[in-house]
Design a protein around this ligand. Sequence first.
Ligand SMILES: [Zn+2]
Length: 312
Amino acid sequence: MSVYLGIDIGGTAVKIGLVDENNRILCSETRSVNFDGYQTPIMTTVIALAREMLAQAPEQPVGIGVSATGQIDVHTGTVIGVGANFGDWLGCGIRTLLEDAFSLPVTVINDANAAALGEQTCGSARGKSNVLVVTIGTGVGGGIIENGRLIQGVRGIGGEIGHYSIRFDGEPCPCGSRGCFERYASTGALVRTFTGDPELLDVLGVHPEDVNGKVIFEHLDHPAVFAAVDRWMDHIAYGITGLVHIFNPEIVLIGGGISREEDRFIRPLREKILSRVMPRFGEVLEVEVAGLSNNAGLLGACAYLRSVYPDL
Ligand SMILES: [Zn+2]
């Protein structure tokens, strides 16, 4: 049975694991990539950790699948765009560096797109062909699978639903546009609502730097907190409703740390979305939690490798 090396590179950490043909993770390890403020190039850390893992592996991989943060040109395996630059990430030739180091076939894909493929291959969207994955975190990430295939666009950087504008006169976004979905629908946006409002902050009873989704949800019994969270969920629901009308998915998966709140987040969000989509869209639509959490990138990266190199 073949095994694959999966690598999931984020802005703060890298996760590396050996994955078999049945999508089982045989071993995995996580390491910081900014332990010295990015003095050490990210790929130096990645290659060192991969070498350590392969030196102890019972079986050597036949290929390397990478999931990486940023806009990734899938044809060259290079980082061609970043939200906020860090280290030497912009322009980093991920694929070439790994091919040179390990002499194996390498594919590189954006992490949100990898997560969507992971969910479709072995997560909550297994067996489904029309899938929308929305990851709610500091920003909003997404992946769209249509008729069984990931929508990538001409350079492989499609599916950036966080930067689809829901308000032309809305908040400026670091991407250069205004009113982007993630300016309203991310956990980061919810946190900004609370840190910018002295009365809400007073209800939480914490310093602005300690406000996070978990703290906010702990105070949901307070009417003002509930109202602010409900408005935030309205933004998420309206954005997803628009996407449902465009793509007609059979399932929408919600990922990110806040998606663990089944009763207080997923259930009301599901109700909001289903009450707003046009009836024929809603009849076939499920709204569920993304199931793979931290392993979605790793597993999706290996699924993508196998779709590009089916003979491995
Ligand atoms: Zn934007």
